[in-house]
Design a protein. Sequence first.
Length: 353
Amino acid sequence: MDSPRPWKLICSALLAACLAAQSSQPVPRPDIPAEARVQIDRRTAERVREGELDHLVFYLLQSRRFTPQPPIEPALSAREFVESGKLPPAVGRRIGDLRRALDRPQTDERLSYFQALAGAADIAAEYARSMRSLFEKEFGAPAAASKDAHLAGWYQRRGHSTDTSPEANVAVTAGLEVLGSLDPAAALDRVLIVGPGLDLAPRTGFRDEPARSYQPQAVRETLVRLRLSASPQIHCVDINERVVRHLKQNLISAGKMNILTERYEPSPQYDLVVATNVLLYFDQPDVRLALSNIHYLMKEGGYFIHNDLRGEAEALSRELGMPPLQARTVRLTEAGLLDALVILRKAPRAITK
């Protein structure tokens, strides 16, 4: 697909900014007691920091920018570390090279960020923590029958990651294509993306290139291609200030918001909400909070695309009046990488005489 011309991107960004101007400051949800909100926000901040330190470890293992050492695949490193109980020598050499790099003034985007992040962190200790967690995910499932439950529990305990890649948009694109066939007259002009992601240092597929957030542009291009919107007004929210800052620097309307404890008032009434790899991080009470917030921000008849196939997510969405229209597994790559796709619709309010 040809990239849109710069003036089109600027116009789209300006339109999105106009939308966001009406809802630039999130406010606390009135249905959550102040003490509970503080606890949730504190837990969220802790998980954001842990996720950032995971990115530091994945950068340590994979980047060629600061070392001549060959990259190390994180899952294999996790197995070597856990099974041996010792820091692998190759990892030790990379830690030494990274520490020396972080002691020097940096202009590189990632190294500059990690320079500040690593100042108060023990890199070797964070490597050990991250590798134990990754080993649990990749090799710790007790049996095939319980693998889904094992992974669900792991995601709910891990730090909040901003991992993303172009392949992550395959399911969303497929969802919009299905939505277009179900409702070809849909006008999805006002769009909210929750947790759009940024490939600062993903666990797989890392590239020493400028960090990118793929989802906002991919959603915009797909909506225009399918004629579901002539000029989508896209606004993004994320709990990670780094992601929000990157989006704004690239003329994408964005704001920091915790989808569990905050909302925009008055509700912007979005035609479409996209939240992939977001609900997966929440246990049932948090899923309820997130879904109720998303439901509040949507217009009647609006659509919601996510990728959580858990039964509790479906049950809670039905309770809120957002029954699923589609739920399926989507193949992302020829190698067999899979993702989920769920399409919900906020039921229009019944008209009574």
